[in-house]
Design a protein around this ligand. Sequence first.
Ligand code: DX5
Ligand code: ZN
Length: 218
Amino acid sequence: MDYHLCPSILSADFNRLGQQIQTLEEEGVKWLHIDVMDGDFVPSISFGMPVIRSIRKESKMFFDVHLMVSAPERYIQDFVDCGADSITVHAEACEDLERAIELIRDAGVKVGVSIKPATPVNDISHLLDDVDMVLVMTVQPGFGGQKYLNECTEKIEELRELIDREHADVDIQVDGGINDETMETVMKAGANLLVAGSYVFNGDLASNVKHITKRMQH
Ligand code: DX5
Ligand code: ZN
């Protein structure tokens, strides 16, 4: 199982976005977490295709696109066309989740499914053969810089147990409130892909990444 830090550019300085992505690449970061919000599924609006298309020109990183968007089926091909390597949709946002997964798969990129803190693992457990990753939200989706919700830890544990029992080839990603303390908790619970926004971008980017990636090695 591979462990990766997935910096969320939601917390980047957009005035220097290209430079900051270059710094991440120089520090050996392989994944880039890209949060798309539509002001409907979540209260806030972030950014969309033009930003992704533009950073794609300069970056070889794995573009992990997290769609916090209602009825994301409408946009799968657009996000693939502008450079997504993986697309994650929310179970709560899709009328027909199986169909959304199939659309992503058919478009030729990796498939992720995400659950909000109140959504039980049970709602997506029948899909483990169809997805590459499950994203367990550890805050309410919508904003960076929130506090990790402790009640989500047991969902990570439950999912890890299920994946191991079924020998499913599925990564567990966590997103929200990851910091020095909670990264231990989530890795112990079984997560292997750690999204972090404010923890990575607040302060000195290069030294933050060095510090975090060192702590992730075990
Ligand atoms: C929240 C987003 C996260 C967010 C994480 O809705 O999905 O990716 O950027 O930010 P931090 O790490 O600051 O909680
Ligand atoms: Zn996210």
